[in-house]
Design a protein around this ligand. Sequence first.
Ligand code: A3P
Length: 339
Amino acid sequence: MANKPYLFKVRDLEPHEAEKMKVFTGEKTGFVRIGPKGYILSHRFLEIGADIYNMEIRPSDVFVVTYARSGTTWTQELVWLVANDLDYDTAKSVYLTERFPFLEFSMMVHPTMIQRYLENSHGDEKKQKEIKMITSHVVKQVEEAPSPRFIKTHLPLSLLSPKLLDAKVVYVARDPKDVAVSFYHLCRSMTFMGWTGDFKQFWELFISDLQYWSPFFEHLKEAWAMRHHPNLLFIFYEELQKDLPGVIKRVSAFMGKNYNDVEVATLCEHLNVKNFKKNPSINNEQFKELGLTTPDLEFIRKGKSGGWRDYFDEEMIARTDKWVEENLRDTDLRFPSAE
Ligand code: A3P
């Protein structure tokens, strides 16, 4: 850990938990639990955790914070365009990953995997440069970046700066059944995660809170508790689905912007999943060539709510419902229905 104060205890996973997590074949050192809630992160988080916690927050910063696969990318593009006076030219010509860097990304890619990607590039210097850039420490780049900064993270609020809400934060939550399916596909196609199990195995870990950035409900509840804070906007993926213009208006008001109906309709079109899928500044297709993902990666996949029904049998539905019910018992957080 860097030489900065860090409050949180770091624990190893229990041996039986670590064993189960070995199905993530891209993570070569394994996982740790951080802090009282035991958030699970890959081992390399220890290189950046203190820097992230102690990061200087600027009032002009804009964070999109989510549990993975909850609609982060969709919201990032929406937020970035709203904040930047609908500058489609820049949005289309600069990768979202550059406009809106992923704070803890360096923890995801193990040095062994970086070495493998470099070797597989067969001396192609351009590719090697890209691999090194993508896998370098984002935190340092963010620290030095000019304002306003736009930052994506899947870390829960408690692992970010205690001054986080001096900045603007948009938090997005999604029905966990859809998150599980979407996350499963992602973990299979990101070779640095390298999930090799089937969906049922993935889901077992997910509802045991044994996944990257889990426990899922603790993550959501931390943000839900802050939803009335003027600098935090809490939205649901299902709201984006049902009423995208309405969410654009809420985000605009939150960012101190005002757009007319035509501008909102144009933004809705830009954000439509069909256009998103083929938008090269969004869809991460550039990762394929570098070997960071399998050739069949669909970073922007179905883009629907309720797709989980094709993946869950009766027993899985019952157990997930019980897990959800138990976790919602002490909170008024409820997921809007998908219909
Ligand atoms: P599915 O895998 O269910 O399709 P994140 O950006 O947090 O990784 O979330 C990814 C999920 O959001 C994926 O869900 C993806 O397809 C969906 N998504 C991304 N862009 C979208 C859009 N413009 N409209 C609807 N869904 C979108």
